[in-house]
Each structure stands twice: as structure tokens, then as C-alpha cells.
Design a protein around this ligand. Structure first.
Ligand code: KG4
Ligand code: ZN
Length: 360
């Protein structure tokens, strides 16, 4: 149980977490990258409000997220998403601002200018409504997306795959997590986006590449596996191999042609996706077996990938229980942040907590 003793709220003893004697309603705000999100979650698992304002259209014209523009868009959307979350909570559960147990906000990792917008809004709400404030780590929050609408309890093995991270995490308890391995260069999502760009797909490339891969031949091209020890990963060599392959395929085109055929592009995508998903599934399975767990979760934006999901759900044929959040809780959202504030008993903070851009 978490007894929050923020200095500003030292007159209060607030119980937050699975052992609390009363229902917890946590409102959380997420603004680490290009989604401005606000959610209210009851007891870490039941979503009573969930609002996401995406900036994808804005950034698509630049081919990637422009931090300064993202921060300005967060400023424009933040009050709208908060008001809408309060409206939904009132409508679905009769919950009003005074009923919120604590306010939470993502502290990092992420884009500093973006994080500041959401975090300051969450702190302000805590001060205005005289409730505790909880700072949440974005990566832990992605894992906690798996607690929403499920009965998942630790221990379990987790694969966290996003635009910025690729990690295998041993989740021993709600608050004890050990990173067993991670990427030594590009994150999976980053590799997807870079490969997508080099074959000419618009931003955000990951989901588009996934779509094309589904209709391609995954055995068309043999791409190399990044050779790294233990549970670590490397994807930059694979990205370079795709670059070389595309160059070779283009130079073999008949005179006058410059673009690869649709089928060839689909095959390149499928071969890349096959290599990535095999590598992730192989290492995750090894960790799972070595640790003797029977539950596994996938989390992060790339957990929306069709082939990665399929390969990991195939573990169920070997008796493992697999959890993956529905798409809306895979990509950035605030419900996972609220769930994390509830379950991760070691992450609460004082209102003077600062944002951070990278994992410390
Ligand atoms: O977790 P997330 O929403 O933001 C970060 O915290 O990074 O992940 C975004 C990443 C992007 O790189 C995006 O291209 C990738 O997730 N992504 C996918 C798919 N959906 C999103 N990558 C591959 N296949 C997908 N279906
Ligand atoms: Zn994320």
C-alpha cells in the first residue's frame, strides 16, 4: 500500500494501490511525444474516461515528430482532453473532480517540451483539487497497459517495443522490474520507421510497413540477424541490409524504370518483418523459459504489429498465457499511465518532480 506523503499534502494519508481499503480513481495525463492524452481509471484496471488527441496529421507533412511543434500542439489540446475526460467520467460513472483520489502525469522518458505541458497540467490539477500527485515513468506505463480490463498479476516476462525502446523485462512484482536486455542501437519502432522511409512510405511508417508485409512473401529475401549476446538486440545492421537490398533491386530494374513494383516492396517489407519478429520472439521465449514463468506480456507501440503479436501469441500453443493490450492501449495513451500510478508503488512523487528525456 502506498501512503503518499507529498510535502504539500502532508496533512493527508492517502492509500493508493491494490490494497487500498477504498476505490481509487486516478486521473492521468500523457504528453511525452505526439499524443495529448487524459484518462481516469478505477482501481488500476477499469477505464471510466479515455481521451487521446493525436498529432499524427501535423507531423506527417514533415516525415517525423518536430519537438517544438509537438509541444505547441500539446498546449492547444491539453485543456480540451482534460475537460472531455471529466465529462466522460461524469457520464459513465458519476465521478466528479472532487472524487479523484490522485492526479498522475508522465515524467519521462520523452520530449522535454512536450512532457512539461502534461506534467504541469497534472501538478496543477493536484494543487487545485488538493490531491496527491504521482509522477509516472512512460516505459513502466506501457507495461501497465496490460493490467487494464484483465486479471494479470506478476510475475511475468515482458517485451517492451516502442519507437524509443526495445527491452525484455522481468516483472517480479508490481513494483520490482529488472531489465534483462535491450537494444544496443536502434529501437524496433525506430528501425520500422527508418526502413519505411527508405522504401518511400509516409510517416508513421511502422503501421504502414506492417500492412504491406502482410501481403508479401516473408521468405523472399534472407536478411541478417543482429548478433548480440544474451537478451540484448541490435537492429541497425538489419536496417543497413534493407538499404543495400533496395539499392541492388533498383539497380537491377529494366532501363527507364526507377520504382520497385508493388509486389517487390511487399516482399521486402515481409522479409524485414519476419526477421524482426523472429528475433524478438526467440529471445523472449528464452527469457521466459529460463525464468520459469508461465505468463508473458507485450507492450509499447510496436506491440500493435501483426506478425510480432502472432508469433508471441503462438506461445500459447506451448502452454504460456500471453497478454497484449488492445490497440488503443498499445500506442501512447493516459489510461496506462493511470494504471501505472496505481500499481507501481515505487513511482509516486512530490510536486517538484522534474521531467527527463532519457532513461537514467
Ligand atoms: O509506444 P509508441 O506509441 O511511442 C513511443 O513511446 O515510442 O510507439 C510508436 C512506434 C512508432 O515507431 C511506430 O511506427 C510503431 O510504434 N508502430 C508500429 C506499428 N504500430 C506502431 N510498428 C510496427 N508495426 C505496427 N503495426
Ligand atoms: Zn510510448
Amino acid at each position: 500500500m502506498k501512503n503518499l506523503k507529498n510535502t504539500l499534502f502532508s496533512h493527508k494519508q492517502v492509500e493508493i494501490g491494490p490494497e487500498s481499503a477504498y476505490d481509487n480513481y486516478i486521473m492521468a495525463i500523457e504528453s511525452s511525444c505526439d499524443e495529448t492524452a487524459c484518462a481516469i481509471v478505477k482501481n488500476g484496471r477499469e477505464v471510466i474516461a479515455n481521451v487521446v488527441a493525436s498529432q499524427i496529421k501535423t507531423h506527417a507533412q514533415y516525415g517525423g515528430v518536430i519537438p517544438e511543434i509537438a509541444a505547441r500542439e500539446h498546449l492547444e489540446s491539453i485543456n480540451v482532453v482534460i475537460e472531455e475526460a471529466f465529462r466522460q467520467a461524469k457520464e459513465t460513472a458519476g465521478i466528479e473532480p472532487k472524487d479523484i483520489t490522485a492526479f498522475a502525469g508522465t515524467v519521462g522518458p520523452g520530449l522535454v517540451g512536450c512532457l512539461l505541458v502534461g506534467l504541469n497540467a497534472a501538478k496543477t490539477l493536484a494543487l487545485v483539487y488538493d490531491k496527491p500527485f504521482i509522477g509516472v515513468n512512460h516505459l513502466n506505463a506501457h507495461l501497465c497497459g496490460n493490467y487494464i480490463d484483465t486479471d494479470l498479476k506478476p510475475p511475468f516476462m515482458a517485451l517492451l517495443v516502442s519507437g524509443g525502446h526495445t527491452q525484455i523485462i522481468d516483472v517480479e512484482s508490481y513494483s520490482k522490474q529488472t531489465i534483462l536486455g535491450e537494444t544496443i542501437d536502434d529501437a524496433v519502432g525506430e528501425a520500422y520507421d527508418k526502413v519505411a522511409r527508405l522504401i518511400g512510405l509516409p510517416y508513421p511508417g511502422g503501421p504502414r510497413l506492417d500492412k504491406l508485409a502482410q501481403v508479401g512473401n516473408k521468405k523472399a529475401y534472407q536478411l541478417p540477424e543482429g548478433k548480440v549476446d544474451g537478451y540484448n538486440f541490435s537492429f541497425s545492421g538489419l536496417k543497413t541490409a534493407v538499404l543495400r537490398l533496395v539499392k541492388d533491386l533498383k539497380s537491377a530494374l529494366p532501363e527507364g524504370e526507377t520504382e520497385l513494383s508493388e509486389n517487390t516492396v511487399n516482399d521486402v517489407c515481409a522479409s524485414f518483418q519476419e526477421r524482426v519478429s523472429n528475433t524478438l520472439a526467440k529471445k523472449l521465449k528464452k527469457a521466459l523459459v529460463e525464468r520459469g514463468y508461465n505468463q508473458v506480456v507485450i507492450a509499447g507501440g510496436v506491440a500493435a504489429n501483426s506478425e510480432i503479436r502472432k508469433k508471441i501469441f503462438d506461445f500459447e500453443n506451448d502452454g504460456f498465457k500471453v497478454f497484449a493490450p488492445p490497440m488503443k492501449y498499445c500506442t501512447d495513451n493516459a489510461a496506462m499511465v493511470a494504471s501505472c500510478a496505481y500499481f507501481n508503488t515505487n513511482t509516486f512523487d512530490d510536486v517538484d518532480v522534474e521531467v527527463f528525456s532519457r532513461v537514467k
